[in-house]
Design a protein. Structure first.
Length: 471
């Protein structure tokens, strides 16, 4: 251990207590990665990991680190997919896992106040027990922390109806790089008193402040939820259906998820599971929820009829918990299979295009893949125009060649996304993984403004340095 690391460790022990800091090599490694599949050219490792237990301790650590110019990378559960929690410049990883209490559920105001280290599904469960809905639903919700969801503005399966995490945030307590503590917003649903700093912090990936408390909006709990599993004759027909659910069906579903034939094939190969019509070109999961059971059933029938009319091979209706779990298990397994089997990737994507351009986007993909000698599967939150793709080289490649091929393919892909009016990331964030492509989507003045905002919040550049924009 270097003298600098030793003194950092001793100083943090004096601030937090010996049991709240570690420089143990194994733990430093464990707290220095996220779920970004093997991607970075090297491993970045923290010098020390600390575990504050309250806002005052977060503030004291930041004040210390800011004065000494030590980088601090805040960390949730490590489920991120862009390297947001990876300590690019070493220094301190600040794990929020001990700040894990639900502070209050206020039924009358329909709010829930939580510390950042609460697991998202615990928030959903606690709200449900009080007859209320927390509508944030990231795919990693059983593991991810609400603080991480706020930092990345996590999306997931219910954005089409309820919005990404930011849509549910009414208030935040944050600590700035210099240790000052601010409260933004509160249990209120309107607020134009000053700039909307809440929604600047949401999605800022821990580069502007550390979130120490979150006040969330809760909704009435829908009385009934129904899922349709719909194998479709063609991808184009599936995309026409996605639009028709709302334009003709008059319904805003709570989810519209997509899986292509290859994604389904991967799940079959991975699990041996029987999936009906598994040779179909595309599969949709359409979820509808509502307060009035009769009305919901009328909507389900109407949407079911439109599915058949537009090319569904069959419409499976899942109403009870078991049937619904079986449907969603297929969707979850698409991501799980990739995590287990994908090592040498050209890319794992999170692009977004306007809904009306999805067909064109998907139609251009085979030619793009062929140009780059790549194979891919596509799936994701098609109702939001948010498509995940996992892209592999057709043959084995040395790491350097893989990186070059990946850069060339991504640049080509992103030009297509840009031309269609789309963007680089819908929910996984920029982090380290996508920062070199920011200039394809944002012009110089926009990136310069991001840098100036970063300077205003964190003039010494200690908070999660190196993320979102380079240098
Ligand atoms: C998903 O939609 O499944 C996740 O955002 C991406 C993943 O884990 O593959
Ligand atoms: Zn997703």
């Amino acid at each position: 251990m270097s003298d600098m690391t030793r003194s950092l460790l001793e100083d943090l022990k004096a601030i937090l207590g010996a049991s709240s800091v570690t420089a143990d090599a194994e733990r430093r490694a464990a707290y220095s990665s996220d779920e970004t599949l093997p991607w970075f050219d090297r491993h970045y490792t923290a010098d020390v990991v600390c575990f504050p237990e309250n806002t005052a301790q977060v503030s004291a650590v930041l004040k210390y680190a800011n004065e000494r110019r030590v980088p601090v990378t805040p960390r949730g559960a490590g489920t991120g997919l862009s390297g947001g929690a990876v300590p690019y410049m070493g220094g301190i990883v600040m794990s929020m896992e001990r700040m894990n209490s639900i502070i209050e559920i206020d039924v009358e105001n329909r709010t829930l106040t939580a510390e950042p280290g609460v697991v998202t599904s615990e928030i959903t469960k606690a709200a449900r027990e009080r007859g209320l809905l927390y509508a944030g639903d990231p795919c990693s919700g059983d593991i991810s922390f609400i603080g991480g969801n706020v930092a990345e503005n996590a999306g997931g399966n219910k954005v089409i109806k309820y919005g990404s995490t930011g849509a549910h945030v009414l208030g935040l307590e944050i600590v700035l790089a210099d240790g000052s503590i601010l409260t933004l917003g509160g249990k209120r649903r309107k607020d134009v008193t000053g700039y909307d700093l809440i929604h600047l912090i949401v999605g800022s990936e821990g580069t502007l402040a550390v979130v120490t408390k979150v006040i969330l909006n809760l909704l009435p709990l829908p009385a009934r939820v129904t899922d349709l599993f719909v194998p479709m004759r063609s991808v184009n027909a599936a995309m026409r259906l996605v639009a028709a659910i709302s334009t003709r069906g008059g319904v805003i579903p709570s989810s519209v998820e997509f899986m292509d034939r290859k994604s389904i094939q991967n799940v079959k190969d991975y699990t041996g599971m029987e999936i009906p019509h598994s040779e179909a070109a595309a599969f949709l999961i359409i979820q509808m929820d509502g307060m009035d059971r009769r009305q919901l059933w009328i909507d389900v029938e109407r949407v079911g009829d439109i599915c058949v009319e537009l090319g569904a091979l069959e419409v499976f209706v899942a109403e009870d918990r078991n049937a619904r779990d079986r449907v969603w298990r297929i969707r979850r397994l698409v991501a799980e299979e990739e995590w287990t089997n994908s090592m040498a990737l050209l890319s794992k994507e999170d692009i977004v295009v306007p809904s009306g351009s999805i067909s064109e986007f998907l139609a251009e993909l085979p030619a793009l893949a062929e140009r780059h000698r790549a194979e891919y599967n596509a799936y994701g939150h098609i109702g939001d125009g948010n498509i995940h793709m996992t892209i592999f080289p057709m043959s084995d490649m040395e790491p350097d060649d893989l990186k070059k091929a990946s850069n060339a393919m991504c640049a080509d892909l992103y030009r297509l996304v840009k031309r269609l009016g789309g963007t680089l990331s819908g929910e996984h964030g920029i982090g380290l993984k996508r920062r070199e492509y920011m200039n394809i989507f944002l012009d110089e003045a926009h990136i310069a403004l991001i840098r100036r905002l970063k300077d205003a919040f964190d003039p010494n550049g200690v908070l999660n340095p190196g993320k979102i924009v380079e240098g």
